[in-house]
Design a protein around this ligand. Sequence first.
Ligand code: ATP
Ligand code: MG
Length: 570
Amino acid sequence: MTDRQVPLDTDTNLENKKPLHFLQQIIRKDLEQGVHSSIATRFPPEPNGYLHIGHAKSICLNFGLAEEFGGTCNLRFDDTNPEKENEEYVNSIKQDVAWLGFKWNGDVRYTSDYFDQLFQWAIYLIEEGLAFVCDLTGEQMRDYRGTLTEPGKNSPYRDRSVAENLALFEKMRVGEFDEGACSLRAKIDMASPNINLRDPILYRIKKAHHHQTGDKWCIYPSYDYAHGQSDAIEGITHSICTLEFEDHKPLYDWFIQHLPVPAIPRQYEFARLNINYSVTSKRKLKQLVDEGHVDGWDDPRMPTISGMRRRGFPPAALRDFCSRIGVTRADGIVDVGVLEFCVRDELDKNAPRAMCVLRPVKVVLTNYPEHQIETLNIHNHPNREELGDRAVSFTQTIFIEQDDFREEANKKYKRLVKGKRVRLRGAYVIEADEAIKDASGNVVEIRARIIEGTLGKDPADGVKPKGVIHWVSATQHLNCEVRIFERLFTDEAPDAGGKNFLESINPHSLEILTGCKAELSLAKAKIDERFQFERQGYFCLDTKYSTAEKIVFNRTIGLKDSFAKIDDQE
Ligand code: ATP
Ligand code: MG
């Protein structure tokens, strides 16, 4: 954790001059008034899936506040549902948090670390006459619960004696009852207008193996019972969650009030992140994976943190995005264009440039020596000299994009046209003489000439080329595969209003290009390195399909917002 100055004297964050959001204001006030001498937050994922962009917001908020105010942030797995959880999810979540650039306080924690204490406190509630073992079935319990407009009814088991409840609860613990036979409930108020206070469940029987505690337990605490007490055990000061927990807050406070907990945490809610052209629900993302609509949780089209990582999104871009969208209590939908803007902005500043021809056509430079290999030094970045130069081989035969040549074109087309000139990026100006075609009329080879003396200089005859295109040597290159991704959904709101999100899956969201030609320097590309392929967008190595024999690049994102594309091609 950094020991940055706590911004006590103004209503803005000193570092970036942004107004403080409501949680920053609350924390600032708590520190100012001595309610807390330092703050502690936590990020509490349930290990039942991979994290998505919405979780990134929660991570940036919880870890970000701790950093900003010199406090700590714990990573705690909320592992009270053993059937849906597993170690693979635990590991992916740890990796995602670390990759985003955050360091949790001390060891990773688990709600299951506190199962003994939570069990003791359940006994305490029974002894205080505040909890009872209830034999109603799930269905009966729903009937007894009432509705938003009607009060509920007391369970017929509500008045069991303390001794009987203690004995029954012990029997639950040792596994004498079947799943669903009974549960432990708090005794609060079946007439409460807040349904969460109508004798909520504290413990249910689940004869399930647990990824952390093995077979030690066959009763598991509910989220509502476990969460606040775990916060108290860890000394969390500000327990930040999304708005759907607002109605659970009175219950959160009820437990804290009625149990001898070592600290008094407070719950605060903020609006969850929704993003268009996307779904942000672990359950739906899991369905996409399980039914094979995508290639795993880390498919580069997924809004998961691991998918975005594999696609090449830099962690700094995600942090920037989370800071731009802000923290409020008003629900809204953020345009995915904001995220894409942050990714482009970060990559434009930092990604070294390289050349790769995605759909190649051969160009033979008839006046260039056949076996000559000329080494050209090309800047890695147009305005960051410190990123250095790289060597690119120039030869008699090169590849350019098929799209970058036309036999005839109007003035708006600024690439290679028969009889006209174009500059090759970092190399010569060339002029096209002839197009050789196959039987079906496709151009298979272009014959052209270099204009002498044009390396870094304009042609001496004053006939300047109008455009610059990228190229790769036909003998000194790297063969590769390139994967181009489009949005996974064609519908802006794939799951809104009960729509079936599977119906708007974009059938063209993945295009695989083989036989692409990259400059040789890209043979040294490393995992986590990102490049701008000149005129094509930003790319990175694919971690799943790249092998020693086969190189696969993912297109992270195009250079321009394709939705706002202005066609400057003709
Ligand atoms: P999902 O709805 O995708 O299953 P969840 O809330 O069940 O998510 P948890 O593992 O319980 O997933 O979430 C961990 C933390 O992340 C919680 O504090 C939760 O409030 C927060 N969180 C989850 N989704 C979002 C979101 N879309 N925006 C902001 N925070 C989120
Ligand atoms: Mg949850």
